[in-house]
Ligand binder design. Sequence first.
Ligand SMILES: C[S@@+](CC[C@H](N)C(=O)[O-])C[C@H]1O[C@@H](n2cnc3c(N)ncnc32)[C@H](O)[C@@H]1O
Length: 229
Amino acid sequence: MEGVTSFGEKFYGRIKTRNLTNKQELLYKTLMPELEIESFTDINISNFAGIYLEIGFGGGEHVAQMAMNNHEDLFIGCEPFVNGIASLLVKIDANNIKNIRIYPGDARTFIRSIPDGVLSGVFLLFPDPWPKRKHIKRRFLQEKTITDIYNKLRIGGFWRLASDHNGYKEWILKLFNQEKFKNRFELKTFDKKNRPDVAIWAKTRYEQKAMEDILYVECIKNGSSNEVD
Ligand SMILES: C[S@@+](CC[C@H](N)C(=O)[O-])C[C@H]1O[C@@H](n2cnc3c(N)ncnc32)[C@H](O)[C@@H]1O
């Protein structure tokens, strides 16, 4: 299903699939207004050591766990899928999590509101693969999104990506190995056998049901310049 997210961007994906439970409805009315942000300027970052961004958090397993493991940091989750947001709200409420903010829309729009060089880390885990050739332009990972995120990361900041889709795994490596990005990021890759510890890199719902071999990639921002065109 395609739709328009709450802030007007055209988005290809599911916005809602089923009705919310009573608990989820209640949390949408009571908790969501405290956590929802419309842009980066809505956040008071001065109380946090690092600022992290998760793009497409799905049911929120990873962002919730990372926030619980790292109380001093702030985690911003972008996700237009209403049922996913509702699942995350239940986790935040049950675990009394204080260091998550939610942007309920397209991450590309939110990223534009972030000043350069402020993010300590970005997560793009099991993005929609859009396997048909004619849909490849819908993939989140494009030269443009890599450039934008490079600029928002601080030097030494990381971007973690994972996929079990063979076409997307090749796509990730092909894009990051372009001359333009090769010297800007230091690339580390892992497979299931040498996967980083879950205490450092929490599991997502998609990871738990992934059928194919998973590629994990961590890109560290190199260099002294904060800008690439
Ligand atoms: C395949 S699911 C993976 C969810 C989660 N990361 C996981 O591993 O369980 C991809 C998610 O990305 C979200 N998504 C797709 N495009 C997005 C975008 N432009 N901005 C934010 N989220 C997006 C979808 O709504 C979906 O929940």
